[in-house]
Ligand binder design. Structure first.
Ligand code: PLP
Length: 447
């Protein structure tokens, strides 16, 4: 076993380039190499177990190695692993599209598949752009995004991204987008009400002046994830949607992180009864098993593309693995488990349990704010609580806390100074109890 670890870690360092990772740091540490998973636990090649405290980057729903999901993949594997959706169909992709339409906010009747959140966003952007073109209004071609937005790493998604550390270097090769603030109550002089009002006012002003040039607005509904689990004040999303509708600007809801129960509703838009024009889902769609994403849209958008071929209104977009049958089968099995096990209904009680466990943290000197929506939790660490002064980014305080948590047997990743806790939705109370204990202790040890 030991020899196997040495062998794998040498090959890992020799050949793998890891995402979102400074490889120079990686070379200096002992890599964590996962070999298997069971429930909410992941086990490394040396046999050590870790709670999956970030759901393997926010996507695991039912835990790992779930018999029903394994079976769904195997059953489909015995039929066909892949066949294309270009001009033809396969059975699971039809069944899944039908199911998605049933559970999505009203009006989203059409499903276009892809293979990651970023490609799902890419499709939404291109669809929105071509929708206006096909309708003979090509002037509507720019986009609105929100400060610190993250929508994935392909170039369209980066164009509507607004996290300087990730996105600025690529700016010369991107299309420009209008950026309005995402309401961030903790860091707004006038708290939640002031933050929300500023966002809405900025949107109204922009649309009053330029709605005839704007194709769509993209938003992470209710929770902005990668910026640090920032939760919108209640009512903000529905107001945003209302303003976009009034000014004839399409609304794209990026539910890649928030979808499938993560915030306590099937989709975060459901908290405020919002039906966007386009909705992107990924991550938890397959329970976190396989790379499938989908962009859902309305009949109205679809019909703008529906024409005689000669009119050149076809949506020329697709990926080799669009609508992969293995992925669609496991997504169907995951959605069945969500229903059978009443997963969404259980999130409220679990979220309440976690909130009670973390309640005392707000009094700690280096904790600025504990933010939570369902089982999406972010703990913002600050150097000076009274002044709300952040730690210097170079100190990488979040990384230190997460490394300490790893030593104690739980995996998670920080977002700058924000420690993230996003456990699988299937976690039981005893598991959540153990995970929050590690979380709290690791913050105590480091700050
Ligand atoms: N959109 C949001 C809101 C996300 O949080 C993410 C990933 O974290 C993405 C899009 C990109 O998804 P993927 O990593 O599957 O491309």
């Amino acid at each position: 076993m030991h020899f196997e670890y040495e062998r794998l870690s040498a090959l890992d360092k020799a050949h793998l380039w890891h995402p979102f990772t400074q490889m120079k740091d990686y070379m200096g540490a002992d890599p964590l190499i996962i070999e298997r998973g069971e429930g909410v636990m992941l086990y490394d090649v040396q046999g050590r177990g870790y709670y999956d405290g970030f759901s393997s980057v926010w996507l695991n729903v039912h835990g790992h190695n779930v018999p029903e999901l394994n079976q769904a993949v195997m059953d489909q594997l015995a039929r066909v692993a892949h066949s294309t959706l270009l001009g033809m169909a396969n059975v699971p992709s039809i069944e899944l599209a039908t199911k998605l339409v049933q559970i999505a906010p009203p009006g989203l009747n059409k499903v276009f598949y892809s293979d990651s959140g970023a490609t799902g966003v890419e499709i939404a952007i291109k669809m929105a752009f071509q929708y206006w073109h096909n309708r003979g209004i090509p002037k509507k071609k720019t986009f609105i995004t929100m400060n610190h937005a993250y929508h994935g790493d392909t170039l369209g998604a980066v164009s509507v991204g607004a996290i300087p550390l990730y996105h600025e270097v690529f700016r010369p090769m991107l299309f420009p987008a209008h950026v309005i603030p995402y309401p961030y109550p903790y860091r707004h002089a006038n708290g939640a009400a002031g933050a929300m009002e500023e966002t809405l006012e900025r949107l109204r002003t922009l649309l009053k002046a330029k709605s005839d040039e704007i194709a769509a607005m993209i938003v992470e509904p209710i929770v902005q994830g990668a910026s640090g689990i920032v939760v919108m004040p209640p009512g903000c999303l529905s107001e945003l949607a209302e303003i976009c509708k009034r000014y004839d600007v399409l609304l794209i809801a990026d539910e890649v992180a928030t979808g499938f129960g993560r915030t306590g509703e099937m989709f975060a838009c459901g908290h405020e009864g919002v039906s966007p024009d386009l909705m992107v889902v990924g991550k938890g769609l397959t329970g976190g098993y396989l790379p499938v994403a989908a962009t859902l849209t309305t009949d109205e958008v679809y019909e703008a593309f529906y024409a005689d071929y000669e009119e050149q209104k076809t949506f020329f977009h697709g990926h080799s693995f669009t609508g992969n049958p293995l992925g669609c089968s496991v997504a169907l099995a995951s959605l069945k488990l969500i229903e059978d096990r009443r997963v969404i209904e259980s999130v409220g009680a679990k979220a309440g349990f976690v909130a009670r466990k973390l309640a005392g943290l707000t009094d700690w000197p280096n904790i600025g704010e504990v933010r939570q929506k369902g089982l999406m939790i972010g703990i913002e660490l600050v150097r000076d609580k009274a002044a709300r002064e952040p730690y210097d980014w170079a100190e990488r305080i979040g990384v230190q806390v997460c490394m300490r948590a790893r030593e104690m047997g739980m995996l998670t990743r920080p977002l700058g100074n924000v420690v993230v806790f996003i456990p699988p939705l299937a976690s039981t109370e005893p598991e959540l109890d153990a995970m929050t204990e590690i979380l709290v202790q690791s913050i105590r040890d480091v700050t």
